[in-house]
Write a protein that binds this ligand. Structure first.
Ligand code: MCN
Length: 797
């Protein structure tokens, strides 16, 4: 690296555009397009007997009505199951429009296209669907025991069942190790159902070019290349004839990785069929009942430990509520079950999960993806052990830590990518030291006693986690220097607010030795970069960051080769500084990168008079240009891919101080501290922003956000009037410290950061409330009224 840009808190260059209303989101596009709307099931489980559209077709401005019967070829088949797994013996996905049976409230049944959304909604309201109501199955424990089936051919509603077991060094199974341990505990931990709530919902717009027979799609997606492949496959189009662009995306948080969403293939199909532009923008109610939820797990723990709190055996059984379908496989419970061990060396471990269908909205990854549940499980276990032993909660954790000299550390499990789960680097004791210092852990008992003397109840909580980030299989980067000296970077993955325009420019500017202002970045546009996986699993920095760095290194080498010839120097004696290739130690001997770009492409002399004069080609015909050197390609550009051998493991520790109101049981977070390690930081300010945003989401998950279903499968709080989220007033100031243990697995030494903030928050807040109240908190989120009830039920209160 030649400049200091890497690691600097550079201001986000996308912010002036996004914060002054100049962002271009899906609904800003094509205002004149036809609009789609959907009739969605009002029942959680029903058979469709008949669909009567006779009244709807009278609506003035109606263009088309489609049901499943109208869908051709592959479009009429169930949506793809994106991540199959051998344990998912009964994976099921929905049809784009319901075929005969609906399995949750909100499932799309009819698509209507009209001149505008109002008319489309009017027509939807006039469509009569005759349903035979079937008994729904709601609640994961009920579904696991019910004779009533969500899918008639899935016995016991069990989609998947998986057991992983790692015996102790002495060969004891987890259950044997627990039985032989000096202390044992058993308890149950629940996390309720929640969901990502990006400001902008899903949305898609499609335009068919009948002359070129090509399709241009905009989608508010986290995976534009995969959406493109799905559309091409489902609509039978050649891949090069389909382009997908993610415009500015107003948040995704996981829900926009599912692909294709039914609307993402139905709207393009309607655009082709009608020969007109068609658009659909999700409304908030649709987001609640027709996208995806997460969390929703019941976890039963048995643990055996010694007098120091070291865990000798851990046995966890998980009931995972999958909702009605499994489009994203069983990635959530797999992540919970494999990431549960956190920063700890556990004697023997056994985890078993069953993934259960219910007549509710499907469950797919939401920021953190199974890890908040895992951390809640492990960190509550640590607290229970500490309480049992009368030990300090931080000390119990420290007694179990993997030590810095033990990396790479093999947890003996198979990770979500099918590879062994091996931690690459970290320093957990140092993280804990930093955290204790930051929050004032050792001074807290004094603070608590003083508060108690004033009649105030305060408590401190702690939570640690390890997070697999930067999962493969690959990501790519393309870098081009043009003859004006500008650097154009593109990568196929998309951005939803993470600041990629800034960080990828920082990487390119640092690698190429050019000023940051000269670098522009394009993401999520299949016209610019066709091969990509997408933005999820905190992978963009590791994957595209390294791919872009590798592409820059190719470009740099080429620039040095070309400049060496022009400067009559050895490439090894050259450096690039401030956009100039210089002979080291002889600053007068230099050539701008812009000129190197001209030299790289003989035809450029025709368009760059100065370069032509300087190189004696002024006035020469286009055939008189010098040849491209053997083995080179014209142009100063390069493309490279990064494909990791396995995931990197970021880590962190959070602590919070809360106060609970003695009368109203209101819970206030007084302080929140984070120590975070995502390897080398590209931009510490952006990482802090990501962490703060994650903590805010975590506070929502800990204290406010839960989906409330009734026994009929109706979501009772499907609006922002009833689904509580924290405002800025409820989110504490987050005090952050960074630790940088570089990953040895990738050239930039990076680990991911995008989900970290949300992961331990429920565990930390539960720990702090428990400390303040002396009452067990084994279920999250917790509201004041629930805390009030717990107080009343607590013995002696
Ligand atoms: N970064 C860095 N140095 C590191 C690691 C990361 O400077 N060592 C920077 C990255 O360059 C990037 C940001 O931090 O700008 C997050 O990087 P990364 O961890 O790679 O995460 P992704 O970019 O892949 O983003 C995905 C992640 C996930 S999985 C969810 S969910 C999520 C999140 O990011 N959704 C978000 N953050 C979000 N932020 C916003 N505003 N909106 C969302 O929908």
């Amino acid at each position: 690296m030649t400049t200091k840009l890497f690691g600097e808190p550079v201001q986000r260059r996308e912010d002036p555009r996004l914060l002054t209303g100049r962002g271009l989101y899906l609904d800003d596009l094509a205002p004149g397009a036809l609009q789609a709307a959907f009739v969605r099931s009002p029942h959680a489980h029903a058979r469709i007997r008949d669909i009567d559209v006779s009244a709807a077709i009278e609506v003035d401005g109606l263009v088309a009505i489609y049901t499943w019967e109208d869908l051709p070829g592959a479009l009429a088949e169930p949506l793809p199951l994106l991540i199959p797994h051998p344990a998912l013996t009964h994976g099921r996905t929905a049809y784009p429009l319901a075929r005969e049976i609906v399995r949750h409230v909100g499932e799309p049944v009819v698509m209507v296209v009209a001149r505008d959304r109002y008319l489309a909604e009017d027509a939807c309201a006039l469509i009569e669907v005759d349903y035979e109501i079937l008994k729904p199955v709601v609640g994961v424990e009920e579904a696991a025991q019910s004779a009533q089936l969500v899918h008639a051919d899935v016995p016991g509603n069990v989609g998947a069942h998986l057991v992983q077991e790692v015996p102790s060094a002495a060969g004891l199974g987890a259950r044997e190790a627990i039985d032989a341990a000096p202390h044992t505990l058993a308890f149950r931990l629940d996390i309720e159902r929640s969901a990502s709530m990006p400001l902008e919902g899903r949305g898609v717009h499609a335009r068919w070019d009948a002359d070129d027979r090509s399709l241009r799609v905009h989608s508010s997606t986290q995976t534009s290349t995969s959406v493109r492949m799905a559309i091409a496959a489902k609509l039978g189009l050649p891949l090069p004839k389909v382009e997908v662009v993610a415009p500015d995306v107003g948040g995704g948080f996981g829900v926009k990785i599912v692909h294709p969403w039914p609307e993402e293939i139905l709207v393009p199909w309607a655009a082709i069929t009608l020969g007109q532009e068609v658009k659909w923008t999700e409304d908030r109610r649709e987001h609640f009942v027709s996208s995806a939820h997460e969390r929703a797990q019941v976890q039963s723990v048995r643990v055996g430990f010694d007098d120091e709190g070291r865990i000798l055996g851990l046995d966890v059984e998980i009931l995972h509520d999958h909702g009605a379908y499994t489009p994203y496989g069983i990635i959530v419970p797999i992540i919970t079950s494999t990431q549960l061990l956190g920063p700890y060396r556990i004697g023997a471990y056994r985890v078993e999960f069953s993934s259960i269908y219910t007549n509710t909205v499907q469950v797919t990854p939401y920021r953190g993806a199974g890890r908040p549940q895992a951390v809640f499980c492990m960190e509550r276990t640590m607290d229970h052990i500490a309480e049992h032993l009368g030990a300090d909660r931080a000390a119990v954790r420290a007694a179990n830590f993997i030590q810095p000299d033990e990396f790479p550390y093999d947890q003996g499990l198979i990770f979500q990518d099918g590879r062994p789960l091996i931690y690459d680097s970290g320093d957990y004791p140092e993280s804990l030291r930093l955290l204790k210092e930051l929050i004032g852990w050792d001074d807290f008992p004094g603070l608590k006693a003083r508060a108690a003397a004033e009649g105030r109840a305060i408590g401190i909580g702690i939570g640690c986690y390890v997070e697999g980030t930067g999962v493969g299989p690959y990501e790519g980067g393309h870098v081009q220097v043009t003859s004006d000296g500008r650097v154009h970077v593109s990568t196929g993955l998309t951005s939803q607010g993470q600041g990629h325009e800034t960080v990828f420019a920082q990487i390119a500017a640092a690698e190429l030795g050019v000023p940051l202002e000269r670098v522009s970045v394009v993401t999520g546009d299949t016209r610019r970069f066709g091969y990509a996986v997408g933005t999820f699993a905190s992978r963009a920095a590791v994957m595209s960051g390294n791919a872009i760095a590798l592409a820059c290194r190719k470009v740099r080498e080429k620039a040095l080769r070309i400049a060496a010839e022009a400067l009559e120097a050895d490439p090894r004696d050259l450096e690039i500084v401030d956009g100039e290739v210089r002979v080291v130690g002889a600053p007068g001997s230099a050539i701008p990168l812009a000129t190197v770009a001209v030299l790289s492409n003989p035809l450029r002399y025709a368009f760059d008079a100065e370069a032509a004069r300087a190189t004696q080609f002024a006035g020469a015909s286009s055939f008189d240009r010098p040849p491209v050197a053997e083995g080179e390609e014209p142009g100063l550009e390069g493309r490279d891919y990064y494909s990791p051998i396995r995931s990197t493991f970021a880590s962190g520790m959070h602590a919070a101080i809360v106060e609970t109101d003695p009368l109203t049981a209101e819970i206030r977070i007084l302080r929140y501290a984070v120590v975070h390690d995502c390897g080398n930081l590209i931009n510490p300010m952006i990482v802090e922003g990501q962490i703060h945003g994650g903590v805010a989401q975590g506070v929502g998950g800990a204290l406010y956000e839960k989906m409330v279903y009734d026994g009929h499968g109706q979501l009772l709080n499907a609006s922002f009037m009833d689904f509580l989220m924290p405002y800025a007033t409820e989110v504490p100031l987050v005090e952050t410290a960074h630790l940088e243990t570089p990953s040895p697995l990738n050239p930039l030494g990076i680990k991911g950061a995008g989900e970290a903030g949300v992961i331990p928050v429920s565990a930390v807040i539960a720990s702090a409330i428990e400390d303040a109240e002396g009452i067990r908190i084994d279920k999250m989120p917790i509201s004041p009224s629930e805390l009030f009830d717990l107080r009343r039920a607590a013995p002696g209160r």
